[in-house]
Design a protein around this ligand. Structure first.
Ligand code: NAD
Ligand code: TYD
Length: 350
């Protein structure tokens, strides 16, 4: 049986990747290493927690001794590294945490993999999950390819860019078998409701203001999280070592158009008069250093490895809204306690 380490498996994307790998590959033993920060929630994995090929390990990737010991004990043959501090707004309020987890945590994992694979790197793989935000911000023209120069603007994207550079450096310097993918904005079930889509679904439901940063003209390229998980599976198994793959769905939306679409779907689902939810839209102070536009060219992944997105955005958004409406208990659970404090600090007086 192959032992695979997935880090950050209790988070949004990680939980979808763990579920897919545990169900699809009974011949792998999947270890999910997660610190369970505010963003990590084991309820996300309730359906697979008792599977014989799955083990959860609570731990912090910033703790180098712990990480090395775990690698020595479990002799991982593959790593899919998703653990990260992932929210741009939090990186503006507290950048240092992003350096610890995203940079030092990644280097600790690379060191541990290097140490146990040193004499026998054959068949091993360290796969690092990154973001399109490392490429910076586009104007109205252009698209990010794998050779676009890095130009991060937020502390979050700077920390992810740094971790990507370390992964490539360990490949080039030490011959560590690595892979990187950079994906666009994800949406879907189990996303912590501080990110745009789940936050606004929750606010619309509770008739709370929808805080649109600036004029709502920023553009994001949205991909359904389960399509990202499938892309990760494809790249993990068929990607060429040392390479980078961009992942995205050619699905650009201005924030305001997306928000208006969400409002109209929510009016219909909640049986409200057309236009009711739209009245909650409130323009607030823009995010500092707010990237204008992201758009990703995923043709390398599509042409070389045969992956393509499975869902049209409108269909995916409907499914996502249905999921949050049907899982109010999950939302209530994650939005209690510390979340309230975070929300007040982030939006009061904005
Ligand atoms: P998330 O914030 O939902 O989950 C992150 C997980 O990492 C949580 O379970 C958290 O508990 C865990 N974690 C955080 N710090 C840790 C530490 N020090 N040690 C161990 N575990 C720790 O994030 P997400 O949206 O699922 O993103 C996962 C990865 O995908 C990240 O690397 C992110 O940069 C990347 N990514 C995200 C998106 C997106 O749209 N969400 C897009 C592209 C790439
Ligand atoms: P977000 O979900 O935080 O993802 P990212 O910053 O990684 O792209 O935000 C998506 C877009 O929505 C981004 O342009 C910022 C904007 N936004 C708002 O206008 N209001 C909000 O309350 C949030 C959380 C985001």
């Amino acid at each position: 049986m192959k032992t695979i380490l997935i880090t950050g498996g209790a988070g949004f994307i990680g939980s979808h990747v763990v579920r897919l790998m545990v169900n699809k590959y009974p011949e792998y033993h999947i270890f999910n290493l997660d610190k369970l920060t505010y963003a990590g929630n084991l309820v996300n994995l309730k359906d697979i927690e008792n599977m014989p090929n799955y083990t959860f390990v609570k731990g912090d990737i910033v703790d180098s001794d712990f990480v090395l010991k775990l690698f020595e004990e479990k002799k991982f043959e593959g790593v899919i590294h998703l653990a990260a501090e992932s929210h741009v707004d939090r990186s503006i309020s507290n950048p240092t945490e992003f350096v610890f987890t995203n940079v030092i945590g990644t280097v600790n994992l690379l060191n541990a993999a290097r140490s146990i694979w040193a004499n026998n790197p054959g068949g091993k793989l360290f796969y690092h999950i990154s973001t399109d935000e490392v490429y910076g911000s586009l104007g109205s023209e252009g698209i990010f390819t794998e050779s676009t120069a890095y130009d991060p603007h937020s502390p979050y994207s700077a920390s992810k860019a740094s971790s990507d550079h370390f992964v490539r450096a360990y490949h080039d310097t030490f011959g560590l078998p690595t892979l990187i993918s950079n994906c666009s904005n994800n949406y879907g079930s189990y996303q912590f409701p501080e990110k745009l889509i789940p936050l606004f679904i929750n606010n619309i439901k509770h008739n709370k203001p929808l805080p649109v940063y600036g004029k709502g003209e920023n553009i994001r390229d949205w991909l359904w999280v389960e399509d990202h998980a499938r892309a990760i599976d494809t790249i993990f198994h068929n990607g060429k070592t040392g390479q980078t793959y961009n992942i995205g769905g050619h699905n650009e939306w201005t924030n305001i158009d997306l928000i208006k679409l969400m409002c109209s779907i929510m009016d219909r689902k909640l049986k409200r008069e057309t236009g009711t939810s739209g009245k909650l839209i409130t323009y607030v102070k823009d995010r500092a250093g707010h990237d204008l536009r992201y758009a990703i060219d995923s043709s390398k992944l599509q042409l070389e490895l045969g992956w393509k997105p499975s869902l049209q955005f409108e269909e995916g958004l409907e499914k996502t809204i249905d999921w949050y409406l049907e899982n109010q208990e999950w939302l209530d659970n994650v939005t209690s306690g510390d979340y309230q404090k975070y929300y007040e600090e982030m939006y009061d007086g904005r």
